[in-house]
Design a protein around this ligand. Structure first.
Ligand code: PLP
Length: 383
């Protein structure tokens, strides 16, 4: 018999759809994969070389739970330069991927019965972990008419003195929306007023296509109540290396590191060495990837807007599109299944990201322009 809490743990349906699509391929069907949120590029060569050398140099042992000191120095220098705010190694915790930061932050801060505000549609792990710890998930709807930001008045109406944590994510998965300076300022003021923490998931910070990334660190007055999450998975195509980190006040960093001692022990040392090369080495391959993502975004948005029943905003960041599909007359889940079965195109129902995702699909455009064109053609045929 499982512990009660297991009934409250959710999952990421992207992995389920991927498994179904793979099973179809095993039976000889052709499938275009637009379901999984992972860059299709290889990790840049300089980073791979640094990782290989680190293994040969003996970076194959346990290390400090918070991350190696020089890794934390390099990561904090990056945050200082990139976000324009002074942080040091004592502020940084390095984890195997960015996901543990979400899990550990909620474990460390949120009690049973506390309220946690989170974006909906949003990365499904937020709601899953909030439920897991017995807290009350309070969704803040992201609105298409606000380019998939939230309504600040609506946000003000849900944050109260029971709110322990506000989770924000910009650029956003699954909508590609970004928060404005006004949104960020509003969040900072609310957190201050109600003594809440802010978990700012900025894992797509380098994937902003128009304008500059707006960070919660633009509001240094809330520094002590912020956990700023960053990671290498998306920017440097390093999903399988497992490398993420966060910046926060040093007292909280020590507690998060303690959870790491109790779970992963530490992040693989050679991965950390590769991660330092990623931030300090040449950026040209990463920038090339971003330029390609932008071209693909334009291609898929134009293509989707040409399909009957679809309308699609041009996302400002990340590598997802979130078309409105209400014009097809189908529910999101039904359309997800129809497109996979009939067109061989794997996408995700908007409802995989929460109840406010009904009426939408998510396609990841981390796939070649050729495959994106093929997917659009196949969808057009079956519609
Ligand atoms: N946060 C968001 C919004 C994501 O989309 C993802 C991955 O899809 C993560 C965090 C987790 O990233 P990682 O693979 O580094 O654990």
């Amino acid at each position: 018999m499982l512990a009660n809490r297991m009934s409250r743990l959710g999952t990421e349906t992207a992995f389920e759809v991927l498994a179904r699509a793979k099973a179809m391929e095993a039976q000889g069907r052709d499938v275009v994969h637009l379901e999984i949120g992972e860059p299709d590029f290889d990790t840049p060569a300089n980073i791979r070389e640094a990782g290989k050398k680190a293994i040969d140099d003996g970076f194959t042992h346990y290390g400090p739970s918070a991350g190696m000191l020089n890794t934390r120095e390099v990561f904090s220098e990056f945050i200082t330069k990139d976000r324009g705010i002074e942080v040091g190694p004592e502020n940084i915790v390095v984890t195997p991927g960015a996901k543990p930061i979400l899990f550990f932050t909620i474990l460390a801060l949120v009690n049973k019965g506390d309220e946690v505000v989170y974006p909906n549609p949003g990365f499904p792990i937020y709601e899953s972990v909030i439920n897991f710890v017995g807290a009350t998930p309070v969704p803040i709807p992201l609105r298409e008419e606000k380019a998939f930001s939230f309504d600040l008045d609506e946000m003000r109406s849900v944050v109260n003195d029971k709110t322990k944590l506000i989770i924000i994510n910009s650029p956003q998965n699954p909508t590609g929306g970004v928060l404005t300076s006004e949104d960020m300022k509003g969040i900072a003021e609310l957190a201050e007023k109600h003594d809440a923490y802010i978990l700012s998931d900025e894992v797509y910070s380098k994937m902003v296509y128009d304008g500059k990334h707006v960070s919660i660190y633009d509001y240094p007055e809330v520094f002590d109540r912020v956990i700023l999450l960053e990671g290498h998975s998306k920017t440097y195509a390093m999903t399988g290396w497992r490398l993420g980190y966060a910046s926060m006040n040093p007292e909280l960093a020590a507690q998060i590191a303690k959870i790491q001692t109790n779970s992963n022990s530490c992040t693989a040392a050679f991965t950390q060495v590769a991660g330092m090369e990623a931030l300090t080495g040449p950026q040209d391959e990463s920038l090339k990837m971003m330029a390609e993502f932008k071209a693909r975004r334009d291609l898929i948005v134009d293509g989707l807007n040409d399909l009957p029943g679809f309308s699609c905003l041009k996302p400002k960041g990340a590598f997802y599109v979130f078309p409105n599909i209400t014009g097809t007359g189908k529910k999101s889940k039904e359309l997800e299944e129809f497109l996979l079965d009939e067109a061989g195109v794997a996408g995700l129902s908007g409802t995989s990201f929460g109840e406010y995702g009904e009426g939408y699909l998510r396609f990841s455009y981390a796939n070649s322009q050729e495959n994106l064109r093929k997917a659009l053609d196949m969808i057009r045929k079956v519609l």
